[in-house]
Write a protein that binds this ligand. Structure first.
Ligand SMILES: *Cc1c(COP(=O)(O)O)cnc(C)c1O
Length: 345
């Protein structure tokens, strides 16, 4: 059984991080700041932001039911994804295993970091087999990537199969729950206390309606979060993002309203798609989008672009031949898509 220390890249385990001016005085009351070479004018944006985003984390901790020390905040989830590679995988030596198809950034970051990426095909209904995943692992497999609800298929990955991986695999397991706010399933972030090698990803970009401010989250055991904090850029979340996120997080009822509206619209849209002669199958979804198998995805996609309507063409993705991925929009936007598709011939 590998310990956490055996999973971390030795240079990262040993790394002494950059110590910022603001880290060094902490614990004292101060009112004259002549330590960071900032300009005293142009308040409040003249000052460096809190490198550990403490105020923001205290609000997120309450909403997500985890401790502040179990939260990492990144410039989108993409920063956390990249940090997983930079902390755990040695370029040219280690590998990772991931469900296929899934979110494209896991592979892009593997390629950037020169780490072998081992995709393991889901079955034709996008279900994962834990045994198949485990069979793809060897002694150099550091990380297993699971996305649930999965992108682009939309379905929740079977909980029993995920738990089998959690108990049988002695490396890092990442579960990306970017879409969990749209699902009734119990989120895995509540399991981080029990599992020191589990990392769960969340984002402000989907249900929280904040893709523009770039704020992603990773929840994990304190030791893993401390590693991420050591490796990240010191001021990775800017002041404007921290402020805007605080405002939004103080108003979670708005988000609940959006989610309910989108779920209603989703059920209306999937029903309507099933009635379209050019739609062959609508896959079950737990997210704010759905995957639909069409008669000819490429030409329908091109036709929609002509009409100024953009959907995601997944035609060339594993198991997604002739599939379009449709995000749920406003009632008006969804209506425009349906009207265009009803005129397609
Ligand atoms: C959209 C999405 C994200 C969000 O990424 P951000 O960088 O936080 O915007 C993460 N994971 C998956 C699977 C997604 O589909």
């Amino acid at each position: 059984m590998r310990e956490l220390k055996d999973l971390v890249r030795p240079n990262i385990w040993k790394l002494s991080p950059y110590s910022s001016a603001r880290d060094e005085y902490s614990g004292h009351d101060a009112h004259v700041f002549l330590d960071a070479n900032e300009n005293p004018y142009n308040q409040p944006y003249n000052r460096y932001p809190d490198p550990l985003q403490r105020e923001l984390k205290s609000v997120i901790a309450k909403i997500k039911g985890v401790r502040e020390q179990q939260i990492f905040l990144g410039n989108g989830s993409d920063e956390a994804i990249d940090l997983v590679y930079r902390c755990f995988t040695r370029p040219g030596i280690d590998n990772v295993v991931a469900i296929d198809p899934t979110y494209g950034m896991y592979k892009v970051c593997a390629d950037i970091n020169d780490v072998e990426y081992r995709p393991v095909r889901l079955d034709s209904n996008f279900h994962m087999s834990a045994n198949k995943m485990l069979a793809a692992c060897d002694i150099h497999t550091k990380v297993i990537w699971i996305c649930s609800p999965n992108n682009p298929s939309g379905n929740q990955i079977d909980r029993d199969e995920i738990e089998k991986i959690l108990t049988s695999f002695d490396g890092i397991v990442v579960i990306d729950e970017a879409y969990s706010d749209f699902s009734k399933a119990k989120p895995f972030r509540q399991e981080i206390r029990l599992n020191p090698r589990l990392i769960v990803l969340n984002t402000m970009s989907k249900a929280w309606g904040c893709a523009a401010i770039r704020l992603g989250m990773a929840f994990a055991n304190e030791t893993i979060i401390a590693l991420f904090n050591k490796v990240k850029y010191p001021y990775n979340i800017n002041q404007l993002t921290q402020e805007r996120a605080l405002e939004l997080l103080r108003n979670p009822y708005e988000v609940e309203k959006w989610v309910n509206l989108l779920l209603q619209e989703r059920s209306h849209m999937t029903d309507a798609f099933r009635m379209l002669p050019i739609c062959q199958k609508v896959y079950p979804t737990d997210a704010n989008f759905f995957l639909a198998r069409m008669t000819d995805a490429q030409s329908i996609y091109d036709y929609l672009i002509e009409k100024g309507i953009i959907v995601r063409n997944r035609n060339r993705v594993t198991l997604c031949e002739n599939c379009l991925r449709i995000t749920i929009g406003t009632k008006t936007e969804n209506g425009q898509l349906l009207a265009a598709l009803r005129q397609y011939e």
